[in-house]
Design a protein around this ligand. Structure first.
Ligand SMILES: Cc1cc2nc3c(=O)[nH]c(=O)nc-3n(C[C@H](O)[C@H](O)[C@H](O)COP(=O)(O)OP(=O)(O)OC[C@H]3O[C@@H](n4cnc5c(N)ncnc54)[C@H](O)[C@@H]3O)c2cc1C
Length: 435
């Protein structure tokens, strides 16, 4: 694995879930022509390219590094039908479309579960559902009052849900589950490599121009002429001038994995159900068990940068803060050591929803699935491919489609992220005092 540092905690520059493959597809050289060029080989781009090839299109997929090695292989591995924001905020952004958004998110879970089964991808998928855990009693009351408990949701206190008593309660949403995202991303990569898609890795696109009768795509070693192009470059999209300005903000998310924890210790911590959890903090935290007997936890302090660097490593201060949060929620596991840390870039939108649209007559984009792209990115890539070939628009694509090419500047910046962190920690402290 890519790693640095000599302490017992290893900082990784790649995914903590799988080793990086040693053989890469060759870089694009010379002049290449195709029907559709897909730029960016995460789960979104790979799914779009696969579907286009299935529909008989001559497709070229170009990836700056290694397909799947971005957020797709580094995330926490939750497949959930939840949307990123409080329903009240979503109502403000989307009004009548909110119902359609929930349908889209549910169908994205079904799609990704089917993708795993259809291609027989061994990624340790467990359909556990997910517990939305309230960090404080006040947050629990809000959750119950404003959540959208459905037929497949159960509300309960910590004992009823089998989660640590440091959470007053939560909602177990019995849809979706958890998997090893590295195995999923590399599994899909294998499916794409053995399909009719022409895959070029180590091929960063530096420019995209819609010339009126085709799309010209520039790379260090050559160029592509395509009838149409799709950008699935996630957090890196702002780097391409053809993308709409302010489409999303690049945000760096850090994950930590513990050393193995025994079943007895998990039981003593109160996590008897072993169901993965996410909190309803302003910046969501997550805690999940893994197939290797460890716990992976993510996301307390988010970071942003003007330009996302693909080779970035986690910051020690952010890792320390995550570990502090883990110990507050699992006080009986204070002696469990953090073993590895890694991170990845996501594109964040103010609504916390994915955006799909068209930036010129021949260039489309599908991205910014925020923290929900594991099921949503491949589903949207597939729906967009269908739209390009068959021209119709699926209701789920229409739910997130952006007609306007203008985006207001996002409010995500170091100051707002810091304020969000402070608000969360203040809430935690008040919650602890009242416990
Ligand atoms: C730590 C972490 C935890 C997360 N947890 C979850 C979770 O539990 N559940 C969930 O649903 N989501 C989660 N997410 C979000 C999820 O991983 C993403 O939304 C999803 O993977 C996005 O997929 P993608 O294909 O759009 O983007 P990516 O996987 O980022 O792929 C984009 C690709 O484009 C390539 N690229 C960029 N620029 C260029 C260029 N100029 N030329 C060629 N190629 C280019 C990149 O190299 C990259 O491979 C998490 C993310 C992180 C980082």
């Amino acid at each position: 694995m890519d790693q640095a540092g000599g302490t017992s905690l290893t900082y990784l520059s790649g995914s903590g879930w799988v080793d990086r493959p040693t053989t890469l597809e060759s870089a694009l050289t010379g002049d290449v022509e195709c029907d559709v060029a897909v730029i960016g080989g995460g789960l979104g781009g790979m799914a779009a390219a696969l579907r286009l090839a299935e529909l008989g299109r001559d497709v070229v997929l170009v990836e700056a590094d290694l397909c799947g090695w971005g957020a797709s292989a580094r995330n926490a591995g939750y497949i959930t039908p939840t949307l990123g924001n409080d329903p009240r905020i979503l109502n403000r952004f989307y009004g009548d479309r909110v119902r359609a958004l929930y349908k889209f998110a549910g169908h994205a879970v079904d799609f990704t579960e089917d993708l795993i089964t259809r291609h027989g991808i061994d990624c340790g998928y467990q359909p556990t559902g997910n517990i939305a855990a309230a960090p404080t009693a006040a947050a629990f009351r809000r959750m119950v009052a404003h959540g959208r408990p459905g037929r497949r949701s159960v509300v309960g206190d910590a004992a009823q849900l089998g989660i640590p008593p440091t959470f007053p309660g939560g909602i177990h949403i019995k849809v979706g589950g958890i998997l090893n995202p590295g195995q999923l991303a590399l599994g899909v990569r294998e499916v794409v490599r053995t399909s009719a898609v022409r895959v070029f890795e180590q091929s960063p696109v530096t420019g995209v121009v819609d010339t009126g009768d085709s799309v010209r795509i520039e790379l260090p070693g050559g160029r592509i002429r395509a009838r149409q192009a799709i950008l699935t470059t996630n957090a890196f999209t702002n780097e391409l001038p053809i993308a709409p300005r302010n489409l999303s903000t690049p945000v760096w998310v850090t994950a930590v994995e513990t050393e193995p924890v025994s079943a007895e210790m998990l039981d003593a911590a109160g996590w008897t159900s072993r169901t993965p959890m996410t909190t309803n903090h302003f910046v969501m935290q997550s805690f999940r068990p893994t197939n290797r007997g460890t716990i992976v936890f993510t996301t307390r302090r988010l970071q942003t940068a003007r330009r996302p660097r693909a080779d970035r490593m986690p910051d020690q201060a952010v890792v320390d803060d995550l570990v502090r949060g883990f110990r507050e929620r699992f006080p009986t596991l204070t002696d469990v050591a953090p073993a590895r840390a890694w991170g990845g870039w996501i594109g964040l939108t103010p609504s916390n929803m994915a955006v799909v649209g068209q930036t010129t007559p021949r260039v489309y984009y599908s991205m910014a699935c925020n923290g929900h792209g594991l099921p949503q990115a491949p589903y949207l890539g597939t729906l967009l491919a269908d739209h390009l070939v068959e021209k119709g628009m699926h209701d789920d694509l229409a739910a997130v489609w952006r007609e306007s090419r203008r985006f207001a500047p996002g409010i995500v910046n170091p100051v707002t992220l810091r304020l969000g962190w402070l608000a969360d920690r203040l809430g935690d402290r008040i919650g602890r005092l009242r416990r």
